[in-house]
Design a protein around this ligand. Structure first.
Ligand code: SF4
Ligand code: SF4
Length: 383
């Protein structure tokens, strides 16, 4: 049985968040069950890109600080880190930590620091489902324990992102695009995400669902107050409870579907032991999902006689809002297939090359990329 703790929390006040996190940890049996004093612990936050805490794209700094302090008081050596999208170097990390408000976290006396090790290592695994070899951030291999500290958000490609997808940040920035390219089918991509999480093996997972993101997540959506903190000894089961909390049917989320196929989660979720509060203690929610989440590329679902032209019309695609675009080129650099070029007007996509990974939308700092699908054709083809 996996334990999932659910607690209420309405504000990013360090004392309040700390109290709630202490309760969550008690629900899971206490830190001593998972960590020993003196151990080096990586808090893997979600630091996707330069965003302020109020934009709800990244794990809130108060949430991470509160957890870091609890671990420090227990005697752990705490390192906070992530490999955000784009280049993984010290300059990029400094910029992201500053924008995301993480400057408040490090404390030498308390053994709490931010990660600046940008080395990467190759690891070989023959026990995972899909991946045999992967590049990971070196800090992952250097610590004794890993804790996932995710943010509850919607996601254009995977419907929802939480504890499991958060671990994709253990892959160095530029390699993420390569994974999108090599595993462009949603089944392969989400099997890879589960593999990456199994490799990182978070001993505990915490979720900042005080304020989450709805709509065009993971970066272009709107903040939504949820008022919850989740914690679990299993990132896979935590995601089931988090999706239910915000009104998403867990099976709609491809990573959860893969976990059920791979017997990591029981089909009827009977292997979850709820701790703390119940879902019914929260008001019923129906989070606004991304427009085309989880069914972005549908070539294999279409009759084979349809022309490439029709397939391109029906597949979801990134569209650029030239009023918002500042031609910074981040989308060009993020695109794993080099499908985007920028001309006088702004970015343009070669849809024959586009694999619908939506990295361009995810990493556009100006919310200038939207995902569209022709609604009439989609309805006619019952998609
Ligand atoms: S669409 Fe976004 S990322 Fe691309 S050039 Fe414009 S502002 Fe930059
Ligand atoms: S254009 Fe956007 S969605 Fe298409 S492959 Fe490039 S980054 Fe992915």
């Amino acid at each position: 049985m996996a334990k999932v703790s659910l607690q209420k929390c309405d504000e990013y006040n360090i004392n309040t968040v700390k109290k709630v996190l202490v309760k969550s940890i008690e629900d899971l049996g206490g830190l001593e069950k998972y960590i020993s004093p003196g151990e080096k612990v990586l808090l893997k936050a979600n630091l996707l890109m330069k965003k302020t805490p109020e934009e709800a794209t990244t794990t809130h700094p108060i949430f991470v600080k509160a957890l870091a302090e609890i671990l420090s008081e227990f005697g752990a050596v705490v390192i906070v880190g992530d490999s955000p999208g784009g280049p993984f170097n010290e300059k990029a990390l400094r910029g992201i930590y500053k924008s995301c408000g993480y400057d408040i976290i490090p404390d030498k006396e308390k053994n709490i620091s931010l990660n600046y090790n940008t080395n990467q290592v190759t690891i070989h695994r023959d026990d995972l489902f899909l991946l045999r070899r992967m590049e990971v951030i070196e800090i992952l291999e250097e610590v004794d324990k890993v804790i996932s500290v995710s943010k509850l958000k919607t996601h254009g490609m995977t419907v929802y992102t939480g504890a499991v997808k958060n671990m994709f940040g253990t892959i160095p920035g530029i390699f993420k695009a390569e994974y999108h390219l090599k595993m462009s089918k949603i089944e392969d991509f989400t099997n890879m995400l589960v593999d990456v999480c199994q490799n990182a093996k978070p001993i505990l997972s915490f979720m900042d669902a005080i304020v989450g993101m709805e709509g065009a997540g993971p970066s272009a959506g709107e903040p939504i107050k949820i008022g919850a903190v989740l914690a679990s000894d299993s990132p896979y089961h935590l995601d089931v409870v988090a999706t239910k909390l915000v009104g998403i049917n867990p099976i709609e989320v491809p990573t959860i579907e893969r976990c059920i196929e791979r017997s990591i989660i029981e089909k009827n979720y009977s292997d979850i032991e709820m701790k703390g509060l119940c879902l019914t203690d929260f008001p019923k929610m129906s989070i606004r999902k991304p427009r085309v989440g989880g069914v972005a590329r549908i070539d294999d679902k279409l009759p084979p006689f349809l022309s490439k032209f029709i397939i391109n019309l029906v597949n979801a695609k990134p569209i650029f809002d030239y009023d918002k675009c500042v031609k910074c080129g981040d989308c060009v650099r993020a695109c794993p297939t080099n499908a985007i070029v920028i001309d006088d007007k702004g970015p343009k996509v070669d849809y024959d090359k586009c694999i619908r990974c939506f990295c361009c939308q995810e990493l556009c700092p100006h919310k200038a990329v939207e995902i569209h699908r022709n609604p009439i054709l989609a309805r006619l083809l019952k998609l």
